[in-house]
Design a binder for this molecule. Sequence first.
Ligand SMILES: NC(=O)c1ccc[n+]([C@@H]2O[C@H](COP(=O)([O-])OP(=O)(O)OC[C@H]3O[C@@H](n4cnc5c(N)ncnc54)[C@H](OP(=O)(O)O)[C@@H]3O)[C@@H](O)[C@H]2O)c1
Length: 126
Amino acid sequence: MRILILGAKGMIGRDLMEEFADDSLVELDKNELDITSQASVEKATLELNPDVIINTAAYTDVDAAEQNCELAMKVNGEAVGYIVEATRKVNAKLIQISTELPKNRSWQEAVKEYIQQKDVFQRNKI
Ligand SMILES: NC(=O)c1ccc[n+]([C@@H]2O[C@H](COP(=O)([O-])OP(=O)(O)OC[C@H]3O[C@@H](n4cnc5c(N)ncnc54)[C@H](OP(=O)(O)O)[C@@H]3O)[C@@H](O)[C@H]2O)c1
């Protein structure tokens, strides 16, 4: 199985590379693929033709997101849409690592709650 990991130099990306070391892995970090470029996301996906894409790329500086809300939204929101579209084009599966759901709540309840957050990071992750 060919697995493409995006955001590969991040904490979770590095863990996943170890975990799936026996599979056919392609890892791309921000220098190799900036996920905010739709054209680049599509080109890389079509060229690599993975079975599974795991997106761990994200704007994760919660405090800085308050100042850089446009960039945070682009990386955590819009760019995920580019990855979804590219994934469909190659008929692959996408695993999107988003955020932790609060314990003891359904995901629907958690999403409702997160949408109402004033915090930029929480909102753009949803
Ligand atoms: N770690 C946890 O315990 C945890 C828990 C729950 C959810 N998550 C979620 O899991 C995901 C990964 O978390 P993490 O802890 O691995 O974060 P991380 O260590 O900050 O890694 C994120 C990676 O994404 C890269 N990145 C940022 N902007 C990018 C762009 N435009 N194009 C491509 N790559 C880009 C970063 O590169 P630069 O560093 O060069 O900017 C970094 O390598 C995030 O969505 C996070 O919210 C993590």
